[in-house]
Structure formats: structure tokens, C-alpha cells
Ligand binder design. Structure first.
Ligand SMILES: Nc1ncnc2c1ncn2[C@@H]1O[C@H](COP(=O)(O)OP(=O)(O)OP(=O)(O)O)[C@@H](O)[C@H]1O
Ligand SMILES: [Mg+2]
Length: 284
């Protein structure tokens, strides 16, 4: 299946449903508490994320970013409130959400192609369809020549690209990315960011992307959400009005620098609070 075919699928779906694309997320008064002492990881959070939006989340370590992502993915059940995707409450992990983590968890015994084709194969598609989907996605992430390799023979950036291809192989309406480029060097990271934006443009999937890197968040996002120190809640929702497509030199523009100052001030304050709180044991 080519990129054009993917676009055709989206257009077809858009015709069938009035909503142009899927992946509308609503987080309604979600609160997450852990353990017998009911340690609050995420405090009453409400959010509406449009289908196809690219949202980045910034926040100090331990503030609940991954926990919130896990609620959207269905791995963590909120203690209170509800998450819906396209008006369906999330009760368990499902194929509508693809996930990419900081360390790509590829099957070391499977080739690159079989890693990417694993999801389609498990969802009942035949081997040849799974192979063809895997090849389309590997072409999109620029790894066609590596389809017969095993993960151990790839660089960190290549592994992460296989991880992205694998997460997209079930054509999810939501792509959740938890610090996916955190372990990469600056150059590879910048290349991955540009490549992700191109893939997102083709797929039109909703992306929620967690990062500690302010530049990365602003470069990628339609909206940057900033979370408070633990217990996490959204303290800022900043629309990023930089034109798309974005080139690497956008980081030198006045508007980019303005956004950066705004995010930096919020993050610095919250990181200090997080550091102080984590020294006083409130975790229970
Ligand atoms: N399964 C769990 N059981 C108990 N507490 C947990 C669990 N998962 C997370 N927590 C706690 O919830 C809080 C938020 O953790 P979370 O992993 O969501 O933070 P984070 O913002 O993703 O941090 P980082 O930026 O370091 O990845 C932390 O205090 C953590 O100890
Ligand atoms: Mg985390």
C-alpha cells in the first residue's frame, strides 16, 4: 500500500463519517491515585484534543505525564473521570492507540519487517497483507533497505524509526509518544522530528508527544500543554501558531523565541517545585 492509498483510506473514511478524521480525545475530570495511600499522580484534568491535532506535553519529572498517556492508552484506569476516543470510553488498550516509548521495545528475534508487520498479522490480516503494510511503513520511515535486518544491528535512531513504523502499522487514530527521541543525539533527533512531521502530515493521526525538550515541543506542536509539579495538572495550554511545514531554522524566529521564553518560565518554576517536593517524601 502506497502513501496515496493511505490518503485514499482517510478520504474514504471521511466520506463515510461526517467527522473528517478520527482521533478526537476527551479527558473529562480525570484523576489518578496510586497505592493504598492514594498518592495522587494526576489531579483533576480535563482536555479536549481535536482529531488530527499534534499536542506536546511538557512537565517536570514525576509530574504524571506518562500516567496521563497510560490513561489514554487504556493501561491505567483513572480513579475518577473518563477518557473517550471518538466518543467511546477507553476501558482497555486497543488498536486505536499506537504507542512509542523512549526505548523501542522491538522483538529481537524478528526481522525489521516482521516487527512492523506483527500488529497487522495479530489483527488477523494475512502474511502478505502484513508484509505489504510493513514495507509501506518502512518506506515512510526511510528504512526499506533494512527490512531483513534484526534490531540488534540497527542504530538507536533506526530502531526508533522501526518503533514508529510498528506503532503506525494498525493505522491507529491516536499515536502516543512518550519521550521517543530522548535517547538520541541532537542531529538524529532533529532529523527524526522533521521526519515525524512528514509522517503525521500523511497519516493525519492525532499525536500526543511527551518531551522534556522545550524546543522539540514548540517545533512539533499545534499546542503545548505544560503540567505542574506533582500532582500533575495542566497549568498552561499554549497554541503554537508557527506556519507549517516547519523548517529547522524556525527555531531562530522571534515568535519561536517568544514561545520558548513562555514555556521556560513555567517549566523552571514547576521543576523547582518538583525537586523540592521530591526531597520531602510525599510519595507515601
Ligand atoms: N504504577 C505506579 N504505582 C505507584 N505509583 C506510580 C506508578 N506509576 C507512576 N507512579 C507515580 O506517579 C507519579 C507520576 O509518575 P509518571 O511516571 O507519570 O511521571 P512522569 O511525568 O512521566 O515523569 P518522567 O518525566 O520522569 O518520566 C510519580 O510520583 C510516580 O512515582
Ligand atoms: Mg514519564
Amino acid at each position: 500500500m502506497s502513501v496515496t492509498n493511505i490518503q485514499a483510506i482517510h478520504k474514504d473514511e471521511a466520506r463515510k463519517k461526517k467527522w473528517p478524521i478520527k482521533g478526537h480525545i476527551r479527558i473529562d475530570k480525570v484523576r489518578v491515585e496510586f497505592g493504598a495511600v492514594k498518592h495522587t499522580a494526576v489531579e483533576d484534568t480535563s482536555l479536549d484534543i481535536k482529531a488530527g491535532e499534534f499536542v506536546c506535553i511538557l512537565g517536570p519529572s514525576g509530574c504524571g505525564k506518562s500516567t496521563l498517556m497510560n490513561c489514554i492508552a487504556g493501561f491505567v484506569k483513572p480513579s475518577q473521570g473518563v477518557v473517550t476516543i471518538d466518543d467511546e470510553p477507553v476501558t482497555r488498550p486497543g488498536p486505536e492507540c499506537g504507542m512509542v516509548f523512549q526505548q523501542p521495545s522491538l522483538f529481537p528475534w524478528k526481522t525489521v519487517k516482521d516487527n512492523v508487520g506483527f500488529g497487522p498479522l495479530m489483527s488477523g490480516q494475512g502474511k502478505s497483507t502484513a508484509d505489504s503494510t510493513a514495507r509501506t511503513l518502512l518506506a515512510m520511515v526511510g528504512l526499506s533497505a533494512y527490512e531483513k535486518r534484526y534490531p540488534a544491528t540497527l542504530s538507536g535512531g533506526m530502531k526508533q524509526r522501526v518503533g514508529i513504523a510498528r506503532a503506525l502499522a494498525n493505522y491507529p487514530s491516536v499515536l502516543l509518544m512518550d519521550e521517543p527521541f530522548g535517547a538520541l543525539d541532537a542531529q538524529t533527533r532533529s532529523m527524526m522530528q522533521s521526519s515525524l512531521l512528514k509522517i503525521w502530515k500523511e497519516f493525519k493521526t492525532t499525536v500526543i508527544f511527551v518531551t522534556h525538550d522545550i524546543d522539540e515541543a514548540i517545533f512539533l506542536a499545534d499546542r503545548v500543554l505544560v503540567m505542574s509539579a506533582s500532582p500533575g495538572r495542566i497549568i498552561a495550554d499554549i497554541p503554537i501558531e508557527l506556519e507549517r511545514p516547519r523548517e529547522a531554522d524556525v527555531v531562530t524566529s522571534d515568535l519561536f523565541i517568544e514561545y520558548k521564553k513562555q514555556c521556560f518560565a513555567l517549566i523552571q518554576e514547576e521543576s523547582m517545585r518538583a525537586f523540592t517536593n521530591q526531597n520531602i517524601d510525599k510519595a507515601g
